[in-house]
Design a protein around this ligand. Structure first.
Ligand code: CP3
Length: 344
């Protein structure tokens, strides 16, 4: 594994350039993925280990990224707790969201067998991937998973029903958060046992609550999940999207790297965060939808001096890719990161 730029960077080994990958690099921009989707549903791709392994590895071949992220979804935890979900054109929709959480919680029953297909997919990916490609496992962090389970969809990005439960009934909210955390610990730890090189915890909705609330009520749960992974010698990247200056509360006891969203200045994030933490991010993915390559290249140039000074940095977007991003632009970014002289 000595040649992996990704793993060397995670381990603090000096390399000539930052590693590069993108959140949602498989299922949004690749023409080959869109082709597969004509034949299979998202669910079929995700639940069939051979197909999930194929899709996981597509971006490595077609974009040249340094890491492959498991092709799955954060919502398989609610499914493994017994909730039924449909993935529609408008995003995920739950059949019976927890609108009356108090009375519904007793019906949530963890069924680990519903996660087996992920471990099988990881085993296949491990066999097929080249040594210099890092394999990233992931799950949703407790608050974001909670938001989807209570709200039932992502039509309103403010997740009002979930926030109401969080504030009005903290005791019930914490019971639900505990159920999510317990299964996530098992799920994340088992991914580590199946040989992932790094684990990313996605807290996409961190910015929906004040960072004080986050630190007090959610971060302790995050630490339990990340430490379950780290105790198996697998490093962790934590992505608390929209947390703002609250990222200063993410310390090395919670993660190895922090992923910075596109709203935040990467340089300021570096100054705010504990120096022992690595940084990931944070190109605005919407720039990948434009036609003018010069504008994109100018935006990339801004990362040059940062990358020269900071070895413990992984290049990524500040949120996931979206279907209107252009494949050619995404490929251009990978090539740019690789051909740039980072003065290291
Ligand atoms: O490259 C990849 O796609 C990696 C696998 C991956 C998916 N979802 C597949 C997916 C990952 C890492 C996720 C994470 C995820 N899922 C998050 C956290 C990260 C983030 O981007 O904020 C969240 C909040 C979800 C929940 C979810 N799943 C939403 C909101 C949606 C619909 C909108 C969207 O992003 O497309 C999904 C569906 C989903 N998950 C698709 C894919 C490829 C689209 C399915 C399709 O092909 O129709």
């Amino acid at each position: 594994m000595a040649n992996s730029i990704f793993i060397d960077t995670l381990n603090g080994v000096q390399r000539e350039r930052p590693p590069v990958w993108f959140m949602r690099q498989a299922g949004r921009v690749l023409p080959s993925y869109l082709k597969l989707r004509e034949q299979y549903s998202f669910r079929e791709l995700m639940l069939t280990p051979e197909l999930a392994a194929d899709v996981t590895l597509l971006p490595v071949d077609e974009l040249g990224v340094d890491a492959a992220i498991l092709f799955s979804d954060i919502l398989i935890i609610p499914e493994a707790l017994g909730m039924d979900i449909k993935f529609t054109d408008k995003g995920p929709v739950f059949d019976l969201p927890l609108h009356d959480a108090k009375n519904q919680l007793p019906f949530l029953k963890p069924d680990s067998s519903k996660l087996e297909h992920v471990y099988k997919a990881l085993d296949i990916i491990k066999m097929r991937k080249k040594d210099d490609v890092a394999l990233i496992g992931f799950c949703g962090a407790p608050f974001t998973t909670f938001c989807y389970m209570v709200e039932g969809n992502s039509v309103n990005h403010n997740f009002p029903k979930a926030i109401k439960l969080f504030y009005n009934y903290p005791h019930i909210a914490s019971q639900l958060l505990e159920i999510i955390t317990e299964l996530s610990i098992e799920y994340a730890g088992t991914q580590a046992e199946h040989g992932i090189d790094v684990f990313q915890l996605f807290e996409t909705n961190a910015g929906l609550i004040p960072s004080d609330q986050y630190v007090e009520r959610i971060l302790p749960l995050v630490k339990r999940i990340t430490n379950a992974v780290r105790s198996k010698n697998t490093p962790v990247i934590f992505f608390p999207k929209g947390m703002g200056t609250g990222i200063k509360h993410i310390n090395p006891d919670a993660a190895d790297f922090v992923s910075i969203d596109w709203q935040f200045s990467l340089t300021e994030a570096r100054e705010l965060c504990n120096p022992a933490l690595g940084i990931q991010g944070n190109l605005d993915p919407r720039i990948l939808s434009i036609d003018n390559r010069d504008i994109l290249e100018k935006e990339l140039e801004k990362y040059h001096s940062f990358g020269a000074k900071n070895q413990n940095w992984i290049f990524n977007t500040g949120h996931g890719l979206s279907p209107d991003n252009k494949f050619e632009n995404v490929k251009f970014v990978v090539d740019w990161v690789k051909r740039t002289n980072w003065n290291r």
